[in-house]
Design a protein around this ligand. Structure first.
Ligand SMILES: Cc1cc2nc3c(=O)[nH]c(=O)nc-3n(C[C@H](O)[C@H](O)[C@H](O)COP(=O)(O)OP(=O)(O)OC[C@H]3O[C@@H](n4cnc5c(N)ncnc54)[C@H](O)[C@@H]3O)c2cc1C
Length: 378
């Protein structure tokens, strides 16, 4: 093995790239992470860091449940609890019709043996969220869900990959990937690396990396926005969403309110910018004050938005490239990839090192999106 030959090159220093590198390096693989800017520059540094199984699509639910178990033991993986608190996630119903939809979901989950979501009535809802508006009629709740601190998570994963022996190259964008006999040569700005395997964890730009190895995978771009308030007295512990409206609402350890939930800004992939839209944020603020009238006069001190890839069915792509042996994709998390970080990295390490994984990625194959694209081509 020469000085620049690796078992795997991981493209992208977001949390998914770091998690893949960590699991690979711990298994003894020689790994380098190549990041165009710096660790956490894009979605992983902008995330709300909700750790949610509640209302997960059935196509990724088993994977998400395994990841939740890993979050409950995250300090064993990265030597820090990443600020993770399992105060639960609650999806509130404002009307009997919304509650009926939540009930139907919980019953259908129960019928298939899933017990992580439960339906609660007004009394238990008031106990869990004492300052919730009285018009709310019930909720579904996942009590083992919660939220983490994204910057603590980034620091912990970054430190852990370096301790495990992985290399990290920042400020170096990958510009080409070429086949060299049984290996891949990954070409960065002024440098290159040769490896048996390549992990594509390039977030919003992952379709461009996929195209370098012949995979034409259609992806849209999300520009999810967040806003943060001044510090308030502690009054809410779970993360709250509303059935049928865009809202994710929580209070951080510092007392600030962190409000998001899919509110969209304006993405620009070429410039790598994401611009907040104040009018849309105002709708999120309205939803928050409808639920918690006491926060009506609170000051918002900061807003931001982050770029991420979105797939047609809102499920990520996790698995081998259909066209390039030894290349593995992990992207398209469509606004809910933070929770999946520990398990997706483990699945990628399985794939790179053993060519297969027992983890539940069967619904996340890239080919499902490529065939949708081919069917819609006239
Ligand atoms: C505002 C917001 C709120 C969110 N809230 C939640 C939440 O509450 N719960 C949840 O589960 N998920 C949430 N998400 C989603 C979650 O944050 C993402 O799914 C996750 O962070 C994606 O991580 P990643 O590593 O795949 O991508 P990223 O963190 O974007 O990392 C990809 C990296 O690849 C690099 N890169 C791109 N091109 C190249 C290249 N050519 N060469 C080298 N490097 C390259 C980029 O610079 C970037 O650093 C949220 C996302 C946003 C934006």
């Amino acid at each position: 093995m020469n000085a620049r030959t690796y078992d795997a090159v991981v493209i992208g220093g977001g949390l998914h790239g770091l998690s893949a590198a960590l699991h690979l390096a711990r298994a003894g693989a020689r790994v380098v992470v190549v990041e165009k800017h710096w660790v956490g520059r894009h979605a992983s540094g902008a995330t709300a860091a909700g750790v949610r199984t509640l209302n997960r699509d059935r196509g990724e639910l088993d994977l998400s449940l395994e990841s939740m178990a890993m979050w409950h033991d995250i300090a064993t993986l990265v030597g820090d609890d990443c600020g993770f608190h399992a105060h639960g996630q609650v999806c509130v119903a404002e009307t009997p019709a919304a509650l009926a939809r939540l009930q139907a979901r919980v019953e259908s989950l129960r019928a298939d043996g899933y017990v992580h979501e439960e339906l609660i009535g007004p009394e238990e809802l008031r106990r869990v969220l004492p300052e919730l508006s009285p018009h709310c009629v019930g909720a579904s709740i996942a009590r083992r869900d919660g939220a983490a601190d994204p910057h603590r998570a980034l620091r912990a994963f970054r430190r852990s990959i370096l301790d495990a022996g992985a290399e990290l190259v920042e400020q170096c964008g990958v510009v080409a990937i070429e086949r060299r006999a049984q290996a891949w040569q990954v070409v960065g700005e002024g440098r290159s690396w040769t490896a048996r395997a390549v992990v594509n964890a390039a977030g919003a730009w992952a379709a461009r990396i996929a195209a370098m190895v012949g995979d034409d995978i259609p992806l849209a771009t999300k520009s999810s926005m967040m806003m943060v308030s001044e510090r308030l007295r502690p009054f809410i512990k779970p993360v709250v969403s509303i059935m049928g409206r865009s809202l994710s609402f929580k209070q951080s350890d510092q007392g600030t309110l962190v409000i998001g939930g899919g509110l969209q800004g304006i993405p620009d992939l070429d410039r790598e910018t994401s611009t907040a839209r104040m009018g849309v944020l105002a709708k999120g603020a309205r939803a928050a004050t409808d639920l918690f009238p006491a926060v009506r006069d609170v000051r918002i001190v900061r807003v931001w938005s982050g770029l991420e890839a979105k797939t047609e069915d809102l499920l990520p792509v996790v698995g081998p490239s259909p066209n390039a042996p030894g290349v593995f994709h992990a992207f398209g998390f469509s606004g809910h990839g933070f929770q999946l970080v520990p398990v997706v990295g483990a699945a990628l390490a399985d794939l790179v090192l053993r060519g297969a994984t027992a983890r539940a990625i069967r619904n996340l194959d890239a080919r499902r999106l490529m065939s949708i694209a081919q069917e819609s081509t006239p």
